[in-house]
Design a protein around this ligand. Structure first.
Ligand code: ZN
Length: 498
């Protein structure tokens, strides 16, 4: 690989050179959503983080296999081994079939995520579609003596595990601390130790989603799902396992424990966790009423929102921060992000539309040389090689933007090769790596060119009523007209009210 990429690994608590197990292949597993409700701001940050990581790995030459599951069974309330299945609970609430809940929220998840220009994974397996794989895994753990069956449920045996391995490898938590902090739940009576977790749960009479197993009818536990799916599609030891920081414990710790017990690995070489989103400095939660879904954000329908926000504003807002820092969500912060986003997009439009040499050279002097452009590009790569630091990349892009504006206003001239390189690199970083797109597609562009011609004619004829009408009309569609020394040009303007 041309680039030396440094990645922070939660497992080692260090940042180090990224060295995949079998380059150029990279296996990437990210815990997908539990589809019992609409996707929210937290989901978007996680999947955007790994979309950016995947895009960059591909750009620098890796062949990535990206697996992101859909949890459609086995995720119980409060992430514990007790209580109702989240999907079943929602099905009762909406008075529909559990699989109808699954389909409804899988569909809305896909459309919300696509609006953010987050690319689909290569494999998107569901838990319910992989029951035999999970049963096989549980049987193997029973054979190895690190699991036990009690009345139709199977639990992982942490005490047995501790005889050969150390608990808390990923999260750094100590077993005695976890034990003292564990609440007493109904199912604890069945467990040898409260820290043991369910691999398979017996379905009681009211439980609809159930499958036959060697231990009777039941359903798999959430931690088993990811362990089985990661193993099936990426193997016993793959490159990257990712997810939100909130999954680090217990979910990811339980995955490591199973991989250690089964294959004596940590499941993945690199564990990557994105940080959380706070809302007006508060943790997001349903009970605090500050839980904003993506649909509410895009339509501006949540009481805390002063207006709708285009998905690209959210994408840029998140990318402005490094994925390991928290981001604080507010209307002001989003509106600030919109301004920055528009600057980047207008720079993209400007450089893509500039013709060489007609639009860039007036004096015939070439003042900007290739070395300057290469320095700018190196700063962009340096940012991404520093643990995918998109915040630093955006800062580097704003420096390139200054150059683009200087070319636009003819205050600088540039060599042809340097100009082409700048155009190519700026487009690569903004479009391919950061995944930013304009609010709307401007095809067919000749239609806008026609409108701009009508505007220019009206202006020449001093028909100010028509000039004002055209400006207002386009503004309501998210297009701003700017009069310059070289005539009128259009730019992307604020997201129009819907
Ligand atoms: Zn998972």
């Amino acid at each position: 690989m041309q680039q030396q990429l440094y990645v922070y690994n939660t497992l080692t608590r260090q940042q180090g050179l990224f060295q995949p197990i079998a380059p150029p292949h990279v296996g990437l597993y990210v815990c997908g959503p539990t589809v019992y409700g609409p996707a929210h701001l937290g989901h978007a940050r996680c999947y955007l983080t790994f979309d950016t990581i995947k895009r960059y790995l591909q750009h620098i030459g890796y062949k990535v296999r990206y697996v992101r599951n859909i949890t459609d069974v086995g995720h119980l309330e409060r992430d514990a081994d007790e209580g109702e299945d989240k999907i079943l609970q929602q099905a009762r609430l909406e008075k529909i079939e559990p699989m109808e809940v699954v389909q409804r929220y899988t569909n809305s998840f896909h459309s919300d995520i696509a609006a953010l220009n987050i690319e689909a994974p290569d494999i998107e397996p569901t838990a319910s579609g992989h029951i035999p794989e999970q049963i096989a895994l549980i049987e193997k753990m029973l054979q190895q003596g690190c699991a036990y069956e009690v009345e139709g449920s199977v639990y992982f045996d942490i005490k047995a595990y501790e005889q050969h391995h150390r608990y808390g490898e990923l999260s750094g938590r100590k077993l005695e601390d976890v034990l003292s902090g564990t609440r007493t739940l109904k199912s604890q009576a069945e467990k040898k130790s409260p820290v043991d977790f369910a691999l398979w749960k017996k379905a009681d009479a009211t439980h609809i989603m159930r499958w036959p197993s060697p231990w009777g009818e039941g359903f798999p536990g959430w931690h088993t799902e990811c362990a089985a799916l990661g193993y099936k599609y990426l193997g016993s030891y793959f490159d990257i396992h990712g997810g939100g920081m909130d999954l680090l414990f217990p979910h990811h710790e339980c995955e490591v424990v199973q991989a250690r017990a089964m294959h004596n690995t940590t499941s993945a070489k690199y564990w990557i966790h994105n940080n959380m989103v706070t809302l007006h400095d508060q943790k997001m939660s349903k009970s605090l009423g500050n839980y904003i879904t993506l649909a509410q954000l895009f339509q501006g329908t949540h009481p805390l929102l002063t207006r709708p926000y285009h998905p690209m504003i959210l994408r840029f807002f998140y990318l402005q921060a490094h994925y390991r820092s928290t981001v604080n969500f507010s209307n002001e912060a989003l509106q600030g992000a919109e301004k920055g986003y528009l600057k980047l997009m207008n720079g993209l439009k400007a450089i893509q539309n500039m013709r060489y040499p007609a639009d860039v050279i007036e004096s015939g002097r070439a003042e900007v040389h290739m070395t300057t452009i290469e320095q700018h590009i190196a700063l962009g790569y340096e940012a991404m090689n520093d643990d995918f630091n998109t915040a630093k990349l955006i800062a580097a892009l704003f420096q390139m933007l200054k150059l683009i504006h200087a070319l636009e206003t003819r205050s600088l001239a540039i060599e042809e090769a340097a100009f082409e390189k700048l155009k190519q690199a700026y487009t690569l970083f903004v479009v391919d790596i950061l995944g930013l797109q304009p609010f709307f597609q401007t095809e067919p562009t000749n239609l806008i060119a026609t409108i701009m011609q009508v505007y220019a004619d009206a202006k020449q004829q001093k028909n100010y009523a028509q000039v004002d009408m055209l400006r207002a009309e386009l503004k309501s569609k998210g297009i701003t007209i700017k009069d310059t020394r070289y005539g009128a040009v259009w730019e992307y303007g604020e997201y129009p009210e819907v």
